[in-house]
Every structure is written in C-alpha cells, then in structure tokens.
Design a protein around this ligand. Structure first.
Ligand code: LLP
Length: 420
C-alpha cells in the first residue's frame, strides 16, 4: 500500500491523516511532508529482495540528507553512499557503520579521503589522480584503504542526459582500456590499497532492469579478469538508479525484487557480495511538497496556478523537465477540469512545478501537492529570491505529525554577515 491516498470524496490523506489538517498545524507553507512508515516499507522491500545474498544497501545520501531520515534508515540496517566530505561527516554523525559506507565521486578531496581512510570507509577509485590522492590519504592516516574500481561499462541507461553517468564520454569512472594501468597501480601500493571490488553506476530514473543485467554481465567479466591477476576481489557494486512511477499512471515498473533477481545468478556464480546504492527508489515516493495556492491568472492562451512553493524548493521540473504529479488536497467547489501551468513566485520563467496540468480550478488558499518529492527535491533546494528552505515533517506509525527539520529563516540569512 502507498502512504498518500485520495478518498472517494476527494481528500488527500497521508497514512490516514488529512493533509489539509496537517497544513493547518504546520508552522508555514510550503513544507515537505513524509511518511515514516513508507520509508520503512521501501527499505524492507530491498531487504526482502536481497534475501539469500550477502549484501550492503548503501543509501545514496545525496537524494535526501535529512538527519532524522538518515538515522531511521541506519536503524533499519542501511549503509550509506557519500559523494562529499560533508556527506561523509553527516553519515558518521548519524551513526552509520563505516564498513557499510562507500565514498564515491570524481573530485574527492585529499582531506576528505584522509577522514575516509581513518574511519575505514570503502573508497571508489575514479581516476589516476584520485588513486594518487587515495594513496596519499592512506599514508597520512596510517591505514590501508579498501578500494573498489569504478568502471564505466558504457551501457546506455536510456534516461535524461543530465542523469546518465555510465557512458563512455562521462566524467565518472574509468574506461576498460585503462583497466590494466589501474590494476598495476594498485599492485604497486600494497601497503596503501586493498582492492576489494568493482563498482559501476549507470544513471538515474532507469525503468528497465535489462539495463542493469547488461551492466552486471560486463562487470562480472571484469571481475573475472581482475581475479585472474591474483586479486581477491569479492564485492560487486552495481550502483543505484532504479526509477519510480512519477507519472502515477499505474504502469507496472520494476521493483527492487526485479532489480535484484536480474543480477542474482551472476552474483551467486562468482560468490560475490552485492552492494547496491539506491537513492530515489528508497525515498522519492515517501513525500509530498505541500503548498497553498496564492491565486489563478490568465495571460494569452495560458492559465497559471500560482503557488507559494517554487523552483527554489523543488527544481527538478525546471532543471530536467521532470514530471512530478500534482493534485489538490481537497475537492474544489467547481469540479470542472481545466489546463494550468503550476508556477511559483520566483522571478524566472523557468519557475514552474508542472506544465499543462489538468486540475479543477483551485480557490485562493487551496492546498496543492507535488508528489514524489522525497528524492532530489529538498536536497537540491536553494534560497534563490530569499525563499528560505522549508521545514520538513513526517507522519509516524502512531499517526502523529513530527517536525524533522526546522524551516530556514530570514534571521539565518542575516547571520552569514554578522561580525564581518
Ligand atoms: N550511486 C551513485 C554513484 C550515484 O551517482 C547516484 C546518483 C546514486 C547512487 C543514486 O541514484 P538513484 O538510485 O537515486 O537514482 N538530481 C537528479 C538525480 C541525480 C542522480 C545522481 N547520482 C534528479 O533529480 O533526478
């Protein structure tokens, strides 16, 4: 079952609570509203899918870095995937087991690699200079680092070019022509590096599991090649990237089980431990971005619903042309459907949350939600136009609404200039 449901009389609920009522009690609009039980259910789906395999679920913190959410996922048994020093610090702060953490990225800084080395986090090697930095970090920390080679398998994920990462001209990972160079370089540093596995990440919003299968076949062949040279590698990391049903059409999309089942035999046949790095598929559908309608206006052939939220809080539609489903939280007085662009108050024509959406005409002050806002929404929010980052709430198992992040305030902004 899913946390957000519409009743037959047209009210939106989150885990049995009327979203309209939650809006009344929230300190301000817009805000993000999560379901804690949905986060649990999504994580359990991965855990169940992984039964019978030795595995690590590394939640990609970039998707959503709310500390309360991280602590919850950690308690459920999750590890974490990190792409910056501060994400690493936050994961440690949230209590993640460093041996279930993977430090990833094409521009990792030496000082952050030193911290990773000290804590015993897995590190992905992304380039020649990255390998040099990892060796230097191992020496500074006085620790041998467990490394994986991030190999670029050149499989087309069939997604928006901004979220495709595993093709041959990508800035991420290493190409197969260079594999031998990296293996020799690792061999040359036996005191600093222990090669434990291979990693790939194809891209994000992938909706066909065949793509993961193709990549995994390529990756286990690399692992065979690496093992043939005497390395004891036993981790295969297939990255993240599983898509979700943003369109709410009821289309049957692959689930965690389908993803794992498509690589299971390969993992078994090589006696590997499987690492996966889900972000979106763990967290996106657990949240709505909740707004009030400021007003409705018409210009030329367009009619606009203006809401209090904007591209500052939720940039995916503006940045990728991404579709996120939009609906009203309560029935409109007039049920007749029209076509609207749903826009924010930010001074940019790129400031839209949805284009050509069919909705009943909302009254001023009506509640309007943008669905599937748990991943890459709050974590990509800015304070453009001084729209301060919104507060976050979640609904707990017992139906209570709890604030899980303060809204940023004007005073927070002024603090950046104090004492200068
Ligand atoms: N692992 C690596 C190495 C990654 O680069 C990413 C995401 C993930 C795991 C998690 O992927 P997921 O399961 O969430 O698809 N801002 C974009 C998405 C960028 C994804 C970047 N990498 C968006 O809003 O669609």
């Amino acid at each position: 079952e899913h946390c957000f449901t519409k009743s037959s009389d047209g009210f939106l609920y989150c885990e049995g609570l009327k979203v309209e009522d939650v809006m009344e009690s929230a300190e301000r609009r817009p805000f993000y509203l999560y379901s804690k039980p949905q986060i649990t259910r999504n994580f359990e789906a991965y855990k169940e899918a992984l039964e019978g395999l030795s595995s690590v679920i590394g939640y990609a913190i970039k998707a959503n870095n709310n500390l309360k959410i991280l602590e919850h996922l950690r308690q459920l048994g999750s590890g974490a995937v990190l792409v910056s020093g501060n994400e690493l610090r936050l994961a440690l702060h949230a209590g993640f087991d460093p041996t279930k953490c993977i430090f990833n990225g094409n521009g990792k800084l030496l000082e952050d690699l030193v911290l990773a080395a000290e804590k015993g986090v897995f590190v992905n090697i992304d380039s020649e200079f990255d390998l040099e930095n990892i060796v230097a970090a191992a020496r500074i920390a006085g620790k041998k680092v467990n490394v994986l080679l991030r190999i670029n398998p050149d499989v087309d994920p069939q997604v928006h070019p901004y979220v495709a990462t595993g093709n041959k001209n990508s800035k991420f990972g290493i190409r197969n022509e260079k594999l031998q160079w990296f293996l020799d370089a690792v061999k040359a540093h036996p005191d600093e590096l222990k090669l434990v596995g291979a990693h790939c990440h194809l891209g994000s919003t992938i909706t066909k599991v065949d793509i993961f299968r193709d990549a995994a076949v390529i990756m286990v062949n690399y692992i065979d090649e690496i093992r043939a040279q005497g390395f004891e590698v036993d981790y295969l990391n297939i990255g993240g990237g599983l898509g979700i049903d943003y369109y709410h059409t009821g289309a049957v999309l692959p689930k965690p089980r389908d993803l794992i089942d498509t690589v299971r035999d390969l993992v078994h046949s090589r006696k590997l431990n499987l690492i996966i790095e889900p972000g979106r598929s763990l967290i996106a559908n657990t949240c709505c971005f909740v707004n009030r309608v400021t007003g409705v206006k018409t210009n030329g052939t367009k009619t606009f619903v203006v809401i209090d939220g904007s591209m500052a809080e939720l940039i995916r539609p503006s940045l990728y042309g991404a579709y996120q489903h939009i609906e009203l939280v309560s029935p409109a007085a007039d049920a007749e459907i029209s076509t609207f662009d749903v826009v924010g108050p930010v001074c940019e024509s790129a400031d839209f949350l949805g284009k050509d959406r069919e909705l009943p005409t909302p009254a001023k002050g009506a509640g309007l939600v943008v669905h599937d806002a748990g991943a890459y929404c709050m974590s990509m929010a800015s304070t453009y136009n001084l729209k301060m980052r919104p507060p976050e709430y979640w609904v707990e198992e017992d139906g209570s609404v709890v604030k899980i992040r303060h809204g940023e305030t004007f005073e927070d902004h002024i603090k950046f200039f104090e004492g200068l």
